[in-house]
Design a protein around this ligand. Structure first.
Ligand code: GRF
Length: 203
């Protein structure tokens, strides 16, 4: 099987990125992270990646006129490093066709709800406000529609009566780190088959 080379896109603190970096460094995921890209110069993810000796690049959206132009610049950075699998980890920009087409079925995202419930921002608070008893997180393939691509893996997290947005988010985040590592490991090991919306993962 060909080597799995990962590119991570992150806009924020980067805790999911950190979990992926650690799992690649320990050998749990048989892949290497070639680059971390961000649209935010001050993203904690960039600083953390650099501190770990990982190539980390800020691409300023203002330097590229349209979303497509920006996405082409991202793709160029990923291709230049031979990236075969892209992981969005708290990447807050919507992606265009220009980004998705070159990496068909090779772009993953993690979202802090049991999709298709509660797409978009503040998913954990949305779940709490709705009154669900099971919250959770989802790793899915990325398509044009936000938080809507085929589901790869999910983990449920029970909601407790005294939960706040913060306490629930913290428990979901713990599970996000485990789930994202498991899903990326499955891709790196070539155990994933995509058939339309149905994704199967061999043990
Ligand atoms: C996570 O909750 C992830 O599911 C969502 O954005 C958040 C990013 O957190 N897409 P972090 O930057 O990985 O800590």
């Amino acid at each position: 099987m060909s080597e799995c080379v990962i590119g991570i896109l992150a806009s924020g603190r980067g805790s999911n990125m950190k979990a992926l970096l650690a799992a690649c460094a320990s050998g749990e995921i048989p892949a290497r992270v070639a680059v971390v890209l961000s649209d935010k110069e001050q993203a904690g993810a960039l600083a953390t990646a650099r501190a770990q000796g990982v190539d980390a690049v800020w691409l300023n959206p203002k330097d590229h006129g349209t979303r497509e132009a920006y996405d082409r610049a991202l793709v160029a950075e990923l291709r230049a490093r031979g990236v075969t699998l892209v992981c969005l980890a708290g990447y807050m920009k919507l992606v265009s066709k220009a980004f998705i087409e070159p990496f068909q079925n090779r772009i993953l995202n993690i979202h802090p709800s049991l999709l298709p419930s509660f797409p978009g921002l503040n998913a954990q608070q949305q779940a709490l406000d709705y009154g669900v008893k099971l919250a959770g997180c989802t790793v899915h393939l990325v398509e044009l529609a936000m938080d809507a691509g085929p589901i790869v893996m999910q983990t449920a997290v029970p909601v407790e009566d005294n939960d706040t947005g913060d306490t629930l988010s913290a428990r979901v985040l713990e599970q996000e780190h485990r789930l994202y590592v498991a899903a990326v490991k499955a891709f790196a090991e070539g155990r994933v088959t995509v058939d339309g919306r149905r994704v199967s993962v061999r043990p």
